[in-house]
Design a protein around this ligand. Structure first.
Ligand SMILES: Cc1cc2nc3c(=O)[nH]c(=O)nc-3n(C[C@H](O)[C@H](O)[C@H](O)COP(=O)(O)O)c2cc1C
Length: 166
């Protein structure tokens, strides 16, 4: 039977949502039954055979609803193949330091779930679209603004997962 795949995401400014939608679109194109859904709107996950979960990184961590989602559904997430990805602006320079910091965000969820693969993707930051409190935080951190998403890298990641696990 065809596998049913959930691509669950947590986002503030939609760049992670667009990556999740891109992943779901590739899976559909390749013949799988895939849904991309905001974690805030997901109640049940037990009709999915295969789960991909991604979050934006803020202040070094996954968004709160993503951390809650993983904890709340940990029993089921430990029964099915689980893949996770993070989206962060610091990953626009994928050096050892940025990678280590980004992996720190998923260390926390690995206390209760065991993803088979972790994708690290550069994100997008547009200072003008941030809410005031986020802008203040960003001004202090002084990250480089822009859209650094690399859909080829996302495609490569999901294609490897398809060939290795699906
Ligand atoms: C308040 C705030 C804090 C952030 N902190 C980090 C961070 O610690 N590390 C990082 O790589 N990116 C950080 N970012 C950048 C976002 O993760 C990045 O822009 C991502 O693409 C946002 O995803 P979203 O559009 O789905 O919300 C931060 C962005 C904001 C607004």
């Amino acid at each position: 039977m065809q596998k049913k795949i959930l691509v669950a995401f947590a986002t503030r400014y939609n760049s992670t949502k667009e990556i999740a939608e891109f992943i779901a679109a590739i899976l559909k194109e390749d013949g799988y039954d895939a849904d991309s859904k905001n974690m805030l709107n997901i109640k049940d996950i037990d009709n999915y055979d295969f789960i991909i979960a991604g979050s934006a990184i803020q202040m070094g961590k996954w968004l709160p609803e993503a951390r809650d989602f993983m904890q709340m559904h940990k029993n089921y997430l430990n029964k099915v193949p689980l893949f996770v990805f993070s989206c962060g602006i610091t990953l626009n320079t994928p050096d050892e330091n940025a990678t280590r910091k980004a992996l720190f965000a998923t260390d926390e969820i690995q206390q209760y779930v065991n993803p088979k693969e972790i994708g690290l993707f550069a994100g997008k930051l547009d200072e003008n679209s941030l809410c005031d409190s986020d802008r203040e935080l960003i001004i202090l951190a002084k990250p480089e603004c822009g859209d650094f998403r690399n859909l080829d890298a996302v495609k490569k990641w999901i294609k490897n997962i398809e060939s290795d696990y699906l």
